[in-house]
Ligand binder design. Structure first.
Ligand SMILES: CC(C)(COP(=O)(O)OP(=O)(O)OC[C@H]1O[C@@H](n2cnc3c(N)ncnc32)[C@H](O)[C@@H]1OP(=O)(O)O)[C@@H](O)C(=O)NCCC(=O)NCCS
Length: 159
């Protein structure tokens, strides 16, 4: 298996993987609205290629809540026929290992049962508003440096 920067991966291969993991209606998800018009953060976006096939991917995006910068993590996608074999954990660890000291806290929409192991928790996000429907239990924050963030505010694209 090879780790590759996602910027060097074909957009068709990435689309096929995301359709497989999330369904072809994925573009209507609130997470897509959160980062509408943004370009991915290249140093935190990776793919895993096996036998010439893109089998897993992670992307991060610049967003903000009020005036505070955040990186939105996701989609985290593992091909349906490769799930539950450690690729998701590997991607998350790769991404966290690539975080730079100056990078802002991270936010994501995901299952707390899975993402808590990587330090993502719903504490701190209850007062935030999103541009589409969301389950507050699944709006997760990782703020290891305890950066001061607004208790209330609209979460959305960085500009
Ligand atoms: C969620 C996802 C990224 C996890 O990656 P994965 O490679 O399948 O999972 P891993 O092998 O890393 O981890 C497996 C473990 O996580 C658990 N797990 C997997 N998905 C989970 C979920 N959604 N909620 C809670 N636990 C989950 C498994 O039960 C397993 O537990 P165990 O270690 O106790 O046996 C992947 O299944 C996926 O792409 N799903 C569809 C798209 C999606 O929902 N993405 C996340 C939102 S951005």
């Amino acid at each position: 298996m090879q780790i590759t920067p996602l910027s060097g991966t074909s957009s068709d291969a990435l689309s096929a993987l995301l359709d497989d993991a999330f369904g072809a209606d994925r573009h209507a998800r609130t997470a897509y609205l959160l980062r509408k018009g943004m370009k991915p953060v290249n140093h935190l976006s990776f793919g895993i290629v096996d036998g010439g096939q893109l089998v897993a991917s992670i992307q991060c995006w610049p967003v903000r809540v009020g005036k505070a910068e955040l990186f939105l993590v996701g989609p985290v996608a593992v091909a349906t026929n490769r799930q539950n074999s450690g690729l998701g954990k590997r991607l998350m660890q790769l991404m966290l290992d690539a975080v730079k000291p100056q990078d802002p806290p991270m936010v994501m929409i995901g299952d707390p049962e899975y993402y808590a192991r990587f330090g993502f928790v719903s504490e701190g996000t209850a007062g935030w508003t999103l541009p589409g429907p969301w389950d507050p239990k699944r709006l997760l924050l990782r703020n290891t440096k305890l950066v001061e963030l607004p208790a209330r505010g609209v979460l959305g694209p960085a500009d």
